[in-house]
Design a protein around this ligand. Sequence first.
Ligand code: GDP
Length: 604
Amino acid sequence: MSDKKADTIEIPAIITVKEFAEKLDKPASEVIKVLLQNGFIANINQTLDFETASLIAMEFDYKTELEKIKESDVNIIAPEQLAEILKQEKESGENLKERPPIVTILGHVDHGKTTLLDTIRKAKVAEGESGGITQHITSYQVKINDRLITFIDTPGHEAFSQMRSRGAGIADIAILIVAADDGVKPQTKEVIKNLKKGEVPVIVAINKIDKEDANPEMVKNQLAEAGLLLEGRGGDIPFVEISAKNNLNIDNLLETVLLSADILELKADFQRRALGIILESHLDQRKGAVATAIIKTGSLNEGDYIIAGNAVGTVRQILDYNDKRIIKAEPASPVVIIGLDKVTKAGSVLQVEESRSAVKAKTKRSNLDSHYLDTEKKADVRKIEGESEEQQVKIPKLNIILKADVEGSVEAINQILSSIPQDEIILNILQSKVGNITENDIQLAKTSNAIVYGFKTMAPDKIKKTAEKNKVKIKIFDIIYKLVEDIKEELSNLLEPEIIRVDLGKLKVLKVFRTEKNKMIVGGRVTSGKVTKNAFFEILRNKELLGEGKVVQLKHLEENVSEVKSGSECGITYAPKEKKSFVRIEENDILKFYLEEAKKRKIE
Ligand code: GDP
């Protein structure tokens, strides 16, 4: 053992617990235990980032180094690796052709993001062409001076901040919209922070200048305070004053986007196999898994063999932003892809492989996402946890299965749930997936004693009946907040209650009537408060605490009573509070009575 001390192991940016345990040469159960002791709840298939893995490796006396990426070793490309590949492509300068800029609009709620997207779409996408895209992320392309611009939208809900910041990462240019009558708000600042991290060029759109109380100067000053220096104000960030509602200066804004794109010299290799990013993915009753993606480089063709996160397939259909079927999608185009075998995670990389066998070979690795564990593996994990961890026995655990309408919801809910403190209680998410509640979910819930939660999804009547028969709870919500509250309530129910002591009164012992093994009958006078049957009491002699007892029977004038008040005399049959701690009561002892009330505790 000691010769292993401070050895260095190389680990990748993301590693599964299983692979990590192999590197450490330790059983997975031991690694899971140490993870738990450090506040990470994981199973063997879950992935750890480098930072977490390094921390845990230290516990096993290992140092860590980040594994270098060798292109040939990359099986399933992580988003960070995609960024690296794109950088290398740009530097190589080979086969590159100009591509449209990918633009996202960000800003505080109500500052006009949706209105601007709508106005641009209406003004620039030819009338009647627009198909019924019902995806949760609207993305489209417009043509200005014969050049294309791609706009992508990410959901605006508070809980999607993770995706919003990812939206900034996907885009080449971000339009930061600030209402001229409202100014810089917390969300504006958050966006600025995220944009700076991702180093995405920004164009500021000062919106609502048609309003009487519009004050663009105030906005410019506030932006400067927040660290964004506009052109003509000591900085180089372009800005346009617009009215999204009245279609004022929108052309100007779009031209500014093209200028910024020129500076960035956005290029891509149109010939290579496509690489893209999944923006959203959901299950369609008729079409199966449907994914919205943005192509970052290369061209996607019908019939291509693809991998996207944990899903694989052959591209059966490509639809453009107008819902029109196309056979080829070029760099920077937003597309809907039909043909993946399952719903995949937003943010995963879409990659094309040369053959079905290449897809097979590459996906053999087990580093698939934890959300999509199959049930067999999960059963294993539970066994490991149960066998080796005494802690598991002590910490109560709530198992849940989560089904939601779209991947964005799954992410948002998981993000919120991950912030629930788990030091006293474990929230074990067995599965979180997109889709309706199925027979399989009920079976898994039954064997693992889990609750099935649905978000904006449904359980067919047949499934509901099966659940009822198997005593499986199904709970469906359409507001994230309510769903999370309910899970917290279920967790709270598992918490040991808080014991609150309520003082009742005192009694002076006047006589000892009878002493048996572990039991006595004594008589005395209540000197303050009251004595009740089932109360506990402290036994004090000369102010010294000797032990504790509980009232087994309470009598007043030979009659059984439930309560005796101050001033009255009574007889008490007493037993020790804890077994094996019997104290003989003597005359003149003082008994101090109290009740213990259990108060339900709540997870906040
Ligand atoms: P989002 O939350 O950022 O997507 O904001 P919305 O696009 O939903 O806009 C919020 C409100 O501001 C809506 O009532 C819009 O009609 C209004 N609004 C958006 N742009 C303008 C504008 O340029 N002028 C005025 N007067 N109102 C606007």
